[in-house]
Design a protein around this ligand. Structure first.
Ligand SMILES: Cc1ncc(COP(=O)(O)O)c(C=O)c1O
Length: 491
């Protein structure tokens, strides 16, 4: 590498190597970046879980033409760290409880740096045999955790959305690609699933949102009726997407019954375990998710409850051939990639050709900490959410809105003895959420359960402590009591 290249090099060195840096420059910049990132990790607990800025402010700050000449690299990353990166939800903050949080381990973060630095394109065996073997290893670990048989396989994806698309492609092909295809999911399913169905060509009006029961699990009778009605109408049911942890409440559909039903009906069973799936590494999770191993495909996100940086989704299928059949194409331009015997090409199992080596982060962090530590970290979320549920049920101010199964707690402010009507409760709880947003370091989100506004905490961060959870619930109680008193004064 030329010693004199890079932005700080002589400005007239404009021919070869304009986009290079010297070893010293690379190390300097890398060191600076590492210090910023490690500093962020260290300072996280003392900061707010959320920081955002309005568009006009950020536009004024950032909107500009790309500079014709480079600037000192250190200034550029300082600017990124000052003007861009802080304005986010800090998903890994110990009090980040909104949506589905994510708290990566440091070896996972470093693995992404290495994957970028080694510049792996994890597409085919020819191009990346070492990383391909590593992906086989990690997918095989997951296969065993999930209880899948030998012959099962899968791949890393960008996330749960992409895993759902790949799964529905496999389902559609296994069903012989019927023209009037229908798919079934519950009214609690993540929007990624209906979007995936649309992407694979299922018309919107043929995506059946099967009602859920009082525990937010798919109503099996309603599912059976919907499938029968569609068959009578000449439609082509291809797949049922079950939930192993709904995003709203953490509910788990009846996986055994669904497997029986799908087997009898000749339907593909996909289980969306994007956030809940990694609970299988614990005994409790394995019990809760019993039956998952009977699904034709399972989507799960290591960037949710398995402590990896984005993006680390996975799709596993019970029979790897179903994915190979679904995605098989043989372009001439890639003919050289058929190299050696029994060398799998991951790009033939899903929608991406160029792919980063996502398995590396899972592998490096498990190698570093060991499975026992991962099991404890997953259990931490289960224990804290169970404790939060107890707290809510004992609180004179709060009301539990669903049973806690997989790390999600739904509740609302509804002080005992106040007898507040639904309209008032809706207003009070929206006020509480707004107060949490502006006046408390924690971040939580809300959802609607059967039309009722509820507060929602997802407690799956491995650095979260009981004090984080308790103090957040205490803040909700405080803001709730204040909102109720204010409501009485004004009305
Ligand atoms: C249950 C569930 N399924 C699917 C998704 C979509 O996954 P991703 O955001 O990784 O694409 C999510 C995201 O939160 C989810 O919670």
């Amino acid at each position: 590498m030329p010693e004199d290249c890079g932005p700080e090099a002589a400005p007239d060195a404009q021919v070869a190597g304009d986009l290079c840096m010297s070893r010293e420059q690379m190390l300097d910049l890398g060191q600076k970046a590492l210090e910023l990132v490690v500093g962020r990790f260290e300072n996280l607990p003392g900061e707010n879980a959320w920081e955002g800025e309005f568009r006009q402010v950020l536009k004024d700050q950032l909107f500009e033409d790309p500079p014709e000449d480079g600037r000192p690299a250190a200034e550029v990353i300082e600017r990124a760290a000052r003007e861009v990166l802080p304005f986010t939800l800090r998903n890994d903050h110990p009090r980040s409880f909104g949506f589905i949080p994510s708290s990566p381990t440091w070896p996972g973060v470093v693995a992404d740096l290495m994957a970028a630095g080694y510049h792996v394109n994890q597409c085919t065996w020819l191009v990346a045999s070492g990383p391909s073997q590593l992906e086989l290893v990690v997918i095989d670990w997951m296969r065993r955790w999930l209880g899948y048989p030998e012959g099962a396989g899968g791949l890393f994806t960008s996330g749960g959305s992409a895993a759902s698309v790949d799964a529905f492609v496999a389902a559609r092909e296994a069903a012989g690609h019927p023209e009037r295809a229908t798919v079934y999911m519950s009214d609690q399913s993540h929007s990624a699933l209906s979007r995936a169905a649309m992407i694979v060509g299922v018309r919107r009006d043929r995506i059946r949102m099967v009602p859920s029961d009082t525990s937010f699990r798919m109503d099996m009778d309603a599912l059976a009726r919907a499938v029968a009605d569609d068959r009578d109408a000449g439609l082509g049911p291809i797949a049922v997407a079950a939930n192993a942890g709904t995003t709203g409440t953490g509910a788990i559909d009846r996986l055994e019954e669904l497997a029986d039903f799908c087997a009898a009906e000749g339907l593909w069973l996909h289980v969306d375990a994007a956030y809940g799936g990694f609970a299988v590494v614990t005994e409790q999770g394995k019990r809760l998710l019993r039956g998952i191993e009977r699904a034709d495909s399972i989507g799960l996100d290591a960037h949710k409850w398995f402590f990896q940086p984005y993006e680390a989704g996975c799709l596993l299928v019970k029979d790897e051939e179903t994915l190979k059949d679904a995605f098989a194409v043989r372009p001439d331009i890639l003919q050289d990639t058929v190299w050696g015997a029994n060398h799998p090409n991951f790009s033939n199992l899903g929608l991406q050709l160029s792919r980063s080596v996502r398995a590396l982060k899972v592998w490096m962090s498990i190698q570093t900490f060991g499975m026992a530590a991962f099991r404890r970290a997953v259990s931490n979320g289960m224990e804290l959410s169970a404790r939060a549920e107890d707290y809510v049920r004992e609180s004179p101010v709060l009301e539990a809105m669903c049973a806690v199964t997989l790390g999600v707690v739904c509740f609302r402010v509804n002080p005992a003895g106040e007898d507040l009507d639904e309209e008032v409760l809706d207003k009070v709880n929206r006020t509480v959420l707004a107060r949490m947003f502006w006046d408390d370091p924690a971040f939580m989100s809300s959802t609607l359960l059967r039309g009722t506004f509820v507060l929602r905490m997802c407690i799956i961060n491995h650095t979260t402590t009981w004090d984080d959870v308790r103090e957040t619930l205490e803040a909700v109680e405080r803001f709730g009591s204040e909102a109720v008193r204010a409501g009485k004064r004004s009305g």
